[in-house]
Write a protein that binds this ligand. Structure first.
Ligand code: FES
Length: 580
């Protein structure tokens, strides 16, 4: 393939800050000298921003302080000038009401800080769920060369010699604790063993799904997404990111050449083959739209139907975790299995195509990364439903739920809020049967607020005691990528803005028909119309601050929950103001 001509130093973006013989540039140069740098260190060299989402309260990124040094080493080796800058560390574990409220804040910060500073290229350091889409969305719009450095999964959890998976085992053992099968001592043991090193959740949850998507899209070094966070290979990959971004600047390899309709499709296929988190839908749609690529829910459903799930990693797979996936060959090996389904001509951050990057990739354990002829599931990572309850779509992860719920009809048990549900769910006298359909509404992008991960509604204690561990659940919320069960999520439009879910009443019959991709309330049209007339919009949740801005501008789940004014057309129209 044709390689671009190497840029001249005078063409560097940073030259606008440092090269002119004027007062402003004098100020820029003198302030770098104030920091102890000589002009030889920064003049005529690519200035690389290392955007680091490290924070002391982000346990998934606790190794990033050290890794930033490795990136810097690589940048300097390649003749660049490195500057580390903090970026909003949206952590999944501690942020209330939900980290999703802040994904767009990170995306805005990244876009604006890249634009405002003399960066010729950036290394994006992220991994914990929302940091990947947030960093990538902002950097796609900013448009300078960028490379994504994924945090990598933490080591497998361990308790009494038994492997534990992030999230998935927490949900599983919590149900056992609620059933009275686990005492305090055992619970504490599980607590200490489930997260035992730096790195992101080590199931194929949202974090590993999103880093895999970014890898498949060509935005990371090939196969970087699954390297365990504490493996020395992760340090070497970090230094390689530093080396490579300097070359990308000289080659003017910008994200618009990498993120295309074909590379987005590749990423979606890979997501399906990994048994992706349902959150992938919202984030991938939003990332693609930043590049001007429309990815519809129907396309995702189609890919979900035709792509076999071949990564045998929990929660969709059995037994294995991300560490096993990496040792089995990682994402390159998985993509090599999918060769015929991918567009191998897509360009990547290496300056080579996906096809070139996959040369020599091999599977070392074909029970973890299965051949297409022996998938974990023939299809079913993701399905998109339509019907009178979700005219703009809803998603379900068929591979992660008991097949007996694929076609199910039962009476609805509706909760209007999370506190209402929480108060009722452990009531031994709650009138509920295994056939009931649990519904939590007002938990979407505006209603949550911020689209929280409440969609894996707890099974009522009364049913837990009878041995039930799954039932049909419906919500306009999301669920964690480490969750599982017969959960219909992302119902759009959400109840809070008057979507049909707002009109459902306890006792109405609800029918899910997964093979036909339908989700309906079996209520006649006249009654629905009557209820719609009586529905009253709730009061806005915020009157000031970020929440107010979020509520004014966030889009619904089916279009990625980006802000309306940040989507592609707005980005292009605004461009980079040439006024400074
Ligand atoms: Fe950070 Fe799961 S909590 S990736």
């Amino acid at each position: 393939m044709t390689r671009p001509v190497r840029k001249q130093p005078s063409q560097l973006r940073s030259a606008r800050w440092f090269a002119p013989d004027d007062l402003r540039s004098f100020g820029h140069r003198s302030r770098l000298m104030q920091l102890g740098y000589s002009p030889e260190e920064f003049m005529d060299r690519p200035l690389i921003g290392i955007l680091n989402t490290w924070s002391e309260i982000n346990s998934c990124h606790s190794h990033f302080r050290e890794r930033a040094k490795d990136v810097k080493r690589g940048i300097q080796m390649a003749g660049g000038f490195a500057v580390e800058m903090p970026s909003l560390s949206v952590d999944e574990s501690f942020t209330k009401p939900t980290s999703m409220l802040y994904r767009n804040m990170l995306a805005m910060e990244v876009e604006e800080m890249i634009r405002a500073h003399p960066f010729d290229g950036v290394v994006l350091m992220g991994g914990c769920d929302k940091t990947t889409p947030g960093l990538v969305m902002g950097a796609i719009t900013a448009g300078v060369p960028m490379i994504y450095l994924p945090a990598g999964p933490m080591l497998r959890g361990n308790y009494r010699g038994q492997h534990l998976g992030s999230g998935s085992d927490a949900w599983k053992y919590w149900d056992e604790r609620r059933a009275g099968n686990i005492d305090e001592k055992e619970w504490e043991g599980l607590q200490g063993g489930i997260a035992r090193s730096a790195g992101v959740c080590m199931t194929m949850g949202t974090a590993s799904t999103m880093t895999a998507i970014t890898d498949a899209m060509g935005l990371t070094l090939p196969g970087a997404s699954s390297i365990p966070a504490v493996d020395s290979g992760h340090q070497r990959m970090s230094a390689d990111c530093g080396r490579r971004i300097v070359a990308m600047v000289w080659e003017d390899l910008t994200p618009d050449r990498i993120v295309t309709e074909a590379s987005v499709r590749n990423a979606a296929i890979v997501a399906m083959a990994t048994g992706c988190s349902t959150n992938a839908v919202v984030h991938l749609v939003a990332m693609a739209r930043r590049a001007g690529v429309e990815l519809s829910l129907d396309t995702l459903d189609e890919l979900g139907r035709e792509t076999p799930l071949i990564a045998n990693v929990r929660p969709s797979g059995t037994d294995y975790l991300m560490e096993d996936f990496h040792y089995a060959g990682g994402l390159r090996a998985l993509m090599a299995q999918l060769r015929e389904r991918l567009d191998l001509s897509c360009l990547t951050v290496t300056g080579q195509t996906i096809g070139e990057n996959l040369e020599g990739a091999k599977v070392w354990n074909d029970d973890v990364i299965r051949p297409l002829s022996n998938p974990v599931y023939k299809e079913g990572s993701l399905a998109v439903l339509r019907g009178n309850l979700c005219p703009d779509g809803a998603v379900i992860k068929p591979a992660a739920c008991d097949p007996k719920y694929h076609v199910h009809e039962g009476p609805a048990l509706v909760f209007d809020s999370y506190p209402e549900m929480k108060a009722a769910i452990d009531d031994e006298n709650l009138e509920v049967t295994p056939d009931h359909v649990l519904v939590l509404r007002n938990a979407g992008p505006l209603g949550g607020p911020g689209f929280p991960e409440w969609g894996m509604l707890p099974i009522p204690r009364a049913l837990i005691r009878q041995g039930y561990r799954d039932m049909l659940r419906i919500s306009d919320a999301r669920m964690s990528g480490t969750s599982y069960g017969a959960c219909v999520l992302h119902v759009a439009p959400e109840a809070y803005v008057g979507g049909p879910l707002a009109l459902l009443e306890t006792g109405d019959r609800v029918r899910l028909d997964l093979p036909s991709r339908r989700l309906d309330m079996l209520v006649d049209e006249a009654e629905i119309t009557r209820r719609r007339r009586e529905w009253k919009a709730p009061k806005p949740r915020f009157e000031r601050g970020w929440g107010w801005m979020f509520s004014k501008h966030v889009t619904q789940a089916d279009t990625g929950c980006d802000f309306d004014f940040l989507q592609h057309d707005f980005g292009r129209a605004a461009g980079e103001p040439d006024i400074f």
